[in-house]
Design a protein around this ligand. Structure first.
Ligand SMILES: O=P(O)(O)OC[C@H]1O[C@](O)(CO)[C@@H](O)[C@@H]1O
Length: 232
């Protein structure tokens, strides 16, 4: 694949982790849908300079880039596999920050107890904050390549169990934009559809570059110690 990252990321790129069609079947609305090859590409632990890399390491934070080419699989828009984050030592789930760099994204967030399901639309330049306790899937609902970046703690491994056991998130986004309930969840709330929102207290303002949060003076400790933050 010719990476669209060349125009978006001037730094070195590690070899990407690739999510294959076979890995994704267990979370698709139609696991038997024809699809093959890699579906998306995750460039994890990126930094512009060795100094930035050391700073990120000291913060216990990773900067990733993800490329999701457009596709429709069995009538469903291409998406990430979906995962939850565990709780930190203080008993609070690790949050995450995403920014869309190109294309459009729908972030489907679901609270662990399934009391809340939210679809957040984000366009190029907009941030999405994944609050503690919410699992998340990113959908590419467009015809463009979706490129996004994220900042996340390095102190945990993502948890895929719920998504694998229940065959994806609580809803599937189908071509044309309809959200279809996943019957394996039983009763779940209606989706709340919202636009991407800023979180100024963490320096999360649409239009600024996510990489501006790297190497200070920003403080990324909220990604490891969310118990210290108060989000309105
Ligand atoms: O692990 P999944 O559900 O495939 O999601 C991939 C996304 O999650 C991340 O690991 C960050 O949490 C990114 O590298 C990538 O965009």
């Amino acid at each position: 694949m010719t990476t669209p990252l060349a125009d978006l990321w001037p730094g070195p790129l590690p070899a990407p982790a690739v999510r294959t069609a076979d890995e994704m079947r267990c979370v698709l609305a139609d696991p038997a849908a024809p699809c093959d090859g890699p579906l998306y590409f995750m460039y994890r632990d990126c930094a512009l300079t060795p100094e930035d890399s050391a700073w990120l390491g000291g913060q216990g934070v990773r900067f990733d880039l993800t490329v999701i080419p457009p596709a429709v699989i069995g009538g469903e828009y291409v998406k990430t596999k979906g995962h939850y984050h565990p709780e930190n030592p203080a008993g609070v789930g690790y949050p995450e920050v995403y920014q869309v760099l190109a294309g459009e994204a729908h972030y489907l967030l679901q609270r662990k107890d399934l009391s809340d399901v939210v679809a957040v639309t984000a366009r190029s330049g907009e941030f999405v904050f994944i609050p503690p306790g919410y699992g998340h899937v990113t959908v590419n609902p467009g015809k463009e390549v979706l490129v996004m970046a994220n900042l996340v703690s390095t102190r945990f491994s993502s948890e895929y169990g719920v998504y694998e056991e229940r065959r994806g998130a609580a809803y599937y986004e189908m071509e044309g934009g309809a959200w279809v309930r996943n019957a394996r969840y039983g009763a779940v709330p209606e989706i709340r559809e919202i636009r991407a929102q800023e979180v100024p207290e963490f320096g999360i303002r649409h239009g600024r570059g996510i990489y501006d949060l790297v190497a200070g003076p920003a403080d990324l400790s909220f990604l490891n110690e969310p118990e210290r933050m108060v989000v309105a």
